[in-house]
Design a protein around this ligand. Structure first.
Ligand code: HEC
Ligand code: HEC
Length: 222
């Protein structure tokens, strides 16, 4: 046993010596490999085009929201069919929206919108898409009156599309959750070209009627 291990150690030492010789500079001097000059500078890689290792000299573009007053006729094309339109006018003094102060509805509710030249809040915002969820006396969760067996088993009967009449649906009260002002800045521009499915898709919404259920397959729980 002892001799074998001595031989093994000896062999390992010899191998290491050979390796050392093979790698050492004195055996075969490595050829000088010339590095190609960088064709793309690191500074040009990021969007901000500044040194990537420091924040020095990095300043964001100034946000510049529309300053045209509501009613000046300024509008922004919709990003795609039935996209929530961007707010094209000044919102100074209108935000934040609070339970007691929502100036948006003051001009955009259908009954006043035409009078002030504003786009009327569409029918989808006077629709409640939330099913009635409750707890029955046995402590079971019910959806639209039926006991819910499995929370991940959504079917068509769990879908609920109820008109809220002329009362804005609660889920739509906080307009700026979905509608935002657009800042015009030198940031890279969006070159996406929308392919509107309706003729006036760039300026108006068509999401109503049978469209509300289009593409929804809840029958199979998908
Ligand atoms: C003083 C009335 C007034 C108030 C208040 C107001 N708007 Fe407007 N809004 C308008 C008018 C008028 C237009 C049409 C463009 C224009 O002439 O400025 C418009 C346009 C819009 C549009 C674009 C609609 C389209 O067809 O592209 C959106 C979105 C919008 N407003 C959202 C809001 C939100 C959100 C608020 C609250 C923060 C608000 N507005 C407050 C009058 C108003
Ligand atoms: C949960 C998101 C959400 C909220 C909250 C919301 N909207 Fe919208 N809004 C949308 C979407 C999405 C569309 C486009 C599809 C449609 O018509 O429903 C839209 C469309 C609109 C349009 C264009 C209608 C047309 O006929 O072209 C106006 C005006 C508008 N909303 C105003 C408002 C105002 C004012 C509020 C607040 C009282 C509000 N929205 C709250 C998502 C929202």
């Amino acid at each position: 046993m002892k001799t074998i291990s001595k031989i093994t150690i000896g062999l390992a030492a010899a191998a290491a010596a050979i390796l050392f010789v093979g790698c050492s500079d004195s055996a075969t001097p490595a050829k000088e490999v010339s590095k190609p000059a960088p064709t793309i500078s690191e500074e040009s890689l990021g969007l901000r085009k500044t040194n990537l290792y420091t924040e020095k000299g990095t300043t964001g573009d100034k946000t510049s929201y529309a300053t045209s007053y509501a009613g000046s006729g300024n509008k922004i094309k919709r990003a795609f069919q039935d996209a929530p339109p961007m707010i094209p006018h000044d919102t100074q003094g209108m935000l934040p929206i609070t339970i007691n102060d929502n100036q948006c509805v003051g001009c955009h509710m259908p009954e006043v919108a035409t009078g002030v030249g504003a786009t009327a809040i569409p029918g989808s915002h006077f629709t409640d898409f939330r099913p009635a969820v409750a707890m029955n006396s046995k402590g079971n969760m019910t959806i639209n009156g039926a006991v819910l067996e499995n929370t991940s088993n959504e079917t068509l009967k769990d879908i609920s599309i109820k008109s809220t009449g002329d009362k804005l649906a609660g889920a739509r009260f906080n307009c700026t959750q979905c509608h935002a002002p657009q800042s015009d800045s030198p940031a890279p521009k969006n070159t996406f070209e929308a392919d509107y499915t309706s003729k006036d898709g760039a300026n108006s919404s068509s999401w109503s009627g049978t469209k509300l259920m289009e593409g929804i397959d809840t029958v199979h729980g998908k």
